[in-house]
Design a protein around this ligand. Structure first.
Ligand code: C5P
Length: 469
């Protein structure tokens, strides 16, 4: 008989999670995660992979979750009690933690050769993956490509964090800490976290960084109390690199839709992937992030406040509402024009009438307005330039015209597969000149840009940034 989970009553239940536990040393942290979730009245059912049993026992997971642990694809008992299709579909959220390189690869190609991979293939329930692996495995092009593909399909990621790993190496690859995972899961279930608002001194804090021979150090000032700190911060005993802690970053992403009538609009092919990845990367480095997004199919990145808008005018207002900000990154593909003669009833088409004429007026330039001198100008404003010809010359001219500090310029001509694709090749134009960045996934580009932004605010350079000055 299964042990009773703490507070596991039908009346107290606030959401159902199917937790797929992969085989990695970080699996031990999952026991704490199950405890935190059940304490928050979440019903947790666990699936343990074969490799996972090397690190945690089914008995421990059963004792903490209060339910039998599922391990076998062809288990007669499980098929009688609950088929694997029903098992994945009965949950509000699937969580893969630790999401090993092997599990991510299986998810990408759609393998179904064990219970975990079959469940992931047989469901349309939202999936949150918390990767954990050796830094070299995380940085391998195969894993980078798998993560980019999964993100494009709508799988959400939390972590991995940067720090020292069990294998002794340093870098990205640590499983996000259980309280952080718990909060991300509760947010997906629309449940307020028991600790929400207390973890970080965001709104009232300021941070001044100074560079020394050995790196940077920062004074974080939450609510007037000076706390001596470095760009590294400690969360539940884990040291994380959070150089943007105390900063507010505003990111715009996605297209805007300009209505013609209730069913038709002017739009463009922007997927929002790049802007969402930048928002997530800035949040991972400690920034408080407001993401103002036009219509996309993407879910809110972990730890980011998402404001959804439809039109350029709504985006302009949401950006204004989000100020003040230290950093603004305008990655949205704002429609250049809007229709002034839009109507509220569907325009009828008939063979004998001429097509309607659309009267267009220019939309406000959000990037130019943010870049204009004034008390609310963010100290760093970054624009994007999607060009099809003379990318460098046009981007340099655009930086001047818009008044922003940096321009990230990319070639979106036919064949580059940038618009809607998962990879990007860009130039970074700053007041110091032009940097040519190699082709990389939009996720890697976001991380590199976020680290470059952190350096602008005083953080030391990382070797992962190559020979960037
Ligand atoms: O003028 P263009 O559309 O080429 O400029 C691109 C840059 O300007 C992007 O950063 C985009 O987000 C921003 N932009 C804006 N508001 C507009 C048009 C573009 O913020 N109306």
């Amino acid at each position: 008989m299964a042990a009773a989970a703490p507070d596991d009553t039908m009346t107290a239940l606030r959401g159902r999670v199917l937790l797929i536990v992969g085989g990695g040393i970080a699996a031990y942290k999952i026991l704490e995660l199950v405890r935190l979730l059940t304490a928050a009245h979440v019903d947790v059912r666990c699936v343990l992979t074969k490799a996972g049993t090397e690190f945690v026992t089914p008995f421990s997971l059963q004792a903490l979750s209060g339910h039998p642990v599922h391990q076998e694809l062809f288990s007669l008992t499980d098929e009688q009690e609950m088929g694997h299709i029903a098992l994945s579909r009965s949950a509000d959220l699937l969580v893969v933690a630790p999401a090993t390189a092997d599990l991510l690869a299986k998810m990408t190609v759609g393998l179904a050769n064990d219970l975990a991979s079959t469940l992931l293939l047989a469901t349309d329930t939202p999936v949150l993956a918390a990767p954990a692996m050796n830094v070299r495995m995380w940085e391998h092009p195969a894993t980078r490509a798998n993560v980019a593909t999964l993100k494009a399909r709508g799988i959400e990621f939390i972590g991995p964090d940067e720090g020292v790993m069990a294998c002794g190496e340093y870098g990205f690859g640590r499983l996000a800490e259980p309280p952080v995972l718990r909060d991300a899961i509760l947010a997906r279930l629309n449940i307020a976290s028991p600790t929400s608002g207390s973890a970080r001194p965001h709104t009232s804090s300021t941070m001044t960084c100074t560079r020394t021979e050995t790196g940077s150090s920062c004074d974080i000032v939450p609510g007037g109390t000076v706390v001596r700190s470095s760009v590294e911060t400690t969360v539940d005993g884990t040291t994380l690199w959070k150089p943007l802690l105390g900063r507010h970053a505003l990111v715009t992403a996605g297209p805007t839709h300009e209505p013609i009538d209730p069913v038709r609009y002017l739009g463009n092919r922007s997927s929002g992937l790049q802007g969402y990845a930048i928002a997530e990367a800035l949040a991972a480095l400690g920034a408080r992030v407001t993401l103002v997004s036009g219509p996309t199919n993407l879910l809110a990145p972990a730890g980011v406040t998402l404001r959804r808008v439809e039109t350029a005018l709504e985006m302009e207002q949401a950006v204004r509402d989000a100020l003040p900000a230290d950093i603004a990154v305008c990655a949205a593909a704002v429609a250049d024009w809007r229709v002034t003669n839009a109507v509220t009833s569907k325009i009828k088409k008939s063979a004998d009438t001429t097509p309607p004429s659309l009267h267009l007026v220019p939309n406000p330039d959000i990037l130019a307005a943010l870049s204009a001198p004034g008390p609310h100008r963010p100290s760093l404003v970054v624009g994007f330039a999607a060009e099809t010809d003379d990318v460098e010359a046009n981007a340099i001219a655009k930086r001047k015209r818009k008044g922003c500090d940096w321009i990230v310029a990319n070639d979106v001509s036919v064949g580059t597969n940038v618009m809607g694709g998962t990879e990007n090749t860009v130039l970074l134009i700053t007041s110091d000149g032009v940097e040519h960045w190699p082709r990389m996934t939009k996720t890697d580009l976001a991380l590199r840009l976020a680290r470059r932004i952190a350096r602008r605010f005083g953080a030391p350079a990382l070797s992962a940034d190559g020979d960037m000055n």
